[in-house]
Ligand binder design. Structure first.
Ligand code: OGA
Ligand code: ZN
Length: 404
C-alpha cells in the first residue's frame, strides 16, 4: 500500500503500516477497529478528537496541540466512519461536522486498549550480580567519533550502548581517544551535559586542595553521585585518560539487584528504607547542597525507581524519634549486602575506556591507589535519563523511517 496519501500524524515520528485495518465498527462514542491479524482495538471518540492531526487540533509546524477540548460545542461523537482508499480511518465528528483522517500505523502504535503498561521501560530492566568473572557489556568504540552524528555508523555503537544502558544500567566503551575534553563530544552523541558545581566536565584525580573525596587517592565506598540534589543526575560518564597507578580498581554494583535482595531477605528493612527520609548533605567551602529523600524509591507499582546511597554524603538523620533505630537497623542490613562481593563487578580502567552508567540505579566505588606510583586521571560528566530515552527513541524512529 502506498503511504503517500496517508495523513500526517500528531508527531514527527514514522509509523510504517505493518498491518492494515480490516473492518471498522462505530458507535457514537466509540470506534472499534479489527485489524488484518485479528487484533481488535477500541478508541473513544473523545480520544480520537483530541488526537487528530488536522490544523484545528495541532499546529502543523510544531505538531503540538492547539485544541482545547472544553471549547468544543459538545462532547465529540462519531457520525460516520470508514476506511478510505489509502487505508486511513476516515471519520466525521459531530456536532462539529468535521472530517478527520487517522494514520493506521499511528493508531496501531497508540492502541491503549491493548497496552498493559504504558509506563513500561523502553528496554526491559535486567538486574545483574557480579562475581570474579563478571565484566560490563563492552563495545569497541574506536573510530566512533569519526562517524557523522545520526549516521548508520554512529548508530552501530550508539544503539547497542543505549540498549545496555537502559537494560543493565551500565556499558563500557573501549578504544576512544585520550585527549582531555573529548568526553564532551562523546557525551553529546547522547544529549546535552548537565553542569554542576564540579563543572561541566570534572577531573577525577588526586588534587592538592580537594573539594570531594573523589579527588583524593582514598577508597570510595559504593555510592551514587550528587544524592544531595533534588534529583540526582540520571547518568554518569567516566572517561579514563591515564592510569598507571597501583590500585584504583573500579567497582560497580547494580543497586537494583542489591535492593531486590534486601526486599527478599529483609522486607521490613526494605520498607523502612523506602519510607525514612535521610538527609544528604554536601557542605563545602563555597556551596551548601542539602536534600532529604528515602534511600530506596519505588513507584506506585512497587517497581524500583532509584537508589540514593552514598555514606560520605549523608548528613545527620533528622526524623521521627521512633524511626531512628529501625532506620539504622535497615541501613546496616543494606550496608552488609553492599559488602557482599557477589554483587560487584571489578575492573581496571585502561586509557581510552569510557564507562556510562545510570547514577540513580548503579553504585560505583573505587579502591584506594598509591598516589605517587603513577598517574590516574578520569574525566567525568553527567547527563539525564531523559537524554538516553530520547536518543533511544530517535534510533528506533530512524529504523522505522528506513522501513517506509
Ligand atoms: C567520582 C568517583 C570513581 C573513580 O568521581 O565520583 O566515584 O574510579 N570516581 O575514581
Ligand atoms: Zn562517584
Amino acid at each position: 500500500m502506498s503511504t503517500a496519501s496517508l495523513p500526517i500524524t500528531p508527531d514527527y515520528d514514522a509509523w510504517p503500516v505493518t498491518v492494515d485495518i480490516a473492518r471498522v465498527d462505530v458507535e457514537p462514542n466509540l470506534v472499534t477497529l479489527t485489524w488484518d491479524d485479528g487484533r481488535i482495538s477500541r478508541y473513544h471518540s473523545i480520544w480520537l478528537r483530541e488526537n487528530a492531526a488536522d490544523d484545528s487540533t495541532i499546529n502543523p509546524a510544531t505538531r503540538e496541540r492547539i485544541l482545547d477540548l472544553s471549547t468544543l460545542p459538545a462532547w465529540p461523537t462519531v457520525s460516520e466512519a470508514r476506511i478510505d482508499e489509502a487505508g486511513a480511518l476516515a471519520l466525521v465528528m459531530a456536532p462539529e461536522g468535521r472530517s478527520l483522517r487517522f494514520h493506521p500505523g499511528w493508531l496501531r502504535a497508540h492502541d491503549y486498549d491493548n497496552t498493559a503498561d504504558p509506563r513500561a521501560p523502553l528496554v526491559p530492566i535486567e538486574t545483574w550480580t557480579g562475581g570474579a568473572d563478571a565484566a560490563p557489556d563492552t563495545l569497541n568504540a574506536s573510530g566512533w567519533l569519526d562517524a557523522e552524528p545520526a549516521s548508520l555508523d554512529d548508530e552501530t555503537i550508539l544503539a547497542p550502548a543505549l540498549e545496555s544502558l537502559l537494560g543493565k544500567g551500565l556499558v563500557r566503551l573501549r578504544g576512544l581517544p585520550t585527549e582531555p575534553g573529548t568526553l564532551a563530544a562523546i557525551a553529546e552523541r547522547i544529549g546535552p551535559v548537565r553542569s554542576t558545581n564540579f563543572g561541566t566536565l570534572f577531573d577525577v584525580k588526586a588534587k592538592h586542595d580537594p573539594d570531594s573525596n573523589a579527588y583524593t587517592a582514598i577508597a570510595l565506598p559504593p555510592h551514587v553521585d550528587l544524592p544531595t540534589r533534588e534529583y540526582h543526575p540520571g547518568l554518569q560518564l567516566l572517561h579514563c585518560l591515564e592510569n598507571t597507578v597501583e590500585g584504583g580498581q573500579a567497582v560497580m554494583l547494580d543497586g537494583f539487584a542489591v535492593a531486590e535482595a534486601l526486599r527478599e531477605q529483609d522486607p521490613e528493612a526494605f520498607a523502612t528504607l523506602t519510607r525514612v527520609h535521610w538527609r544528604y548533605a554536601n557542605t563545602a567551602k563555597t556551596s551548601d547542597y542539602v536534600w532529604h529523600s528515602p534511600m530506596i524509591v519505588v513507584d506506585d507499582q512497587g517497581n524500583l525507581d532509584e537508589v540514593r546511597i552514598a555514606d560520605f554524603l549523608r548528613g545527620p538523620l533528622i526524623t521521627d524519634f521512633d524511626l531512628v533505630e529501625p532506620a539504622y537497623r535497615a541501613l546496616m542490613a543494606l550496608q552488609t549486602l553492599l559488602r557482599d562481593p557477589t554483587f560487584a563487578i571489578r575492573f581496571t580502567y585502561r586509557p581510552g575506556d569510557l564507562v556510562i552508567f545510570d547514577n540513580r540505579r548503579l553504585l560505583h566505588a573505587r579502591d584506594a591507589f598509591e598516589g605517587d606510583s603513577g598517574h590516574r586521571w578520569l574525566q567525568g560528566c553527567y547527563l539525564e535519563r531523559d537524554e538516553v530515552r530520547s536518543r533511544h527513541r530517535m534510533v528506533e524512529r530512524r529504523r522505522r523511517e528506513r522501513q517506509l
